[in-house]
Design a protein around this ligand. Sequence first.
Ligand code: ZN
Length: 213
Amino acid sequence: MLEILKAEVLKSANALKQNGLISLTGGNVTGRDPESGYLVITPSGMAYEDLVPEDMVVVDIDGNVIEGTLKPSVDMGGLLYIFRHRPDIHGVIHTHSPYATSFAVLGEGIPCALTTLANEVGSDVPCAPYSRPGSETIGIQVVEHIGDSNACLLQSHGVISVGTNVRHALVAAVMCEDAAKVIYQAKSMGKVERLSDEEITYCRELFLNTYGQ
Ligand SMILES: [Zn+2]
């Protein structure tokens, strides 16, 4: 079941590694099928390059395994909380991407000081307070702190990105890391100036309504 979504979830997990956002078996990708409401989630502790789409795990919104033989990601409880509370979101990605996680280690969000961050993440990236890995509290904190951003840092842990589908969550994860790298470099040279709210809105709307084919 859900062959297309399984392939998309695995392709995105491999893209995380190709873009340097995860090491070894870290991170996870989850997509929700809008029709059935079932979720396709990457299995726990597996190297994505060794997997095939059939290895992805199908679960319902309560975490019951509907299809698949492998154990789903250990973070599933928190991820399901996000899906339950955000019906607009159908893709969630978790990474420990190094530049964004450096901000998370400081407990600092990433200021929206770049047009590319405004375009593709839509605002500052907030930092949610520390929660234990694997706990549902991660999801509770993300829902409370993410606001209208497509990404949220987890203090001393990593990053959660979200989107209307898996592809959009992947774009947010990559662009969040890209912006974190540039802003980290800029901070080492001087003061970082955040874009105004008006410019952030302009950039986001341009991206949503004009960019691409
Ligand atoms: Zn993690």
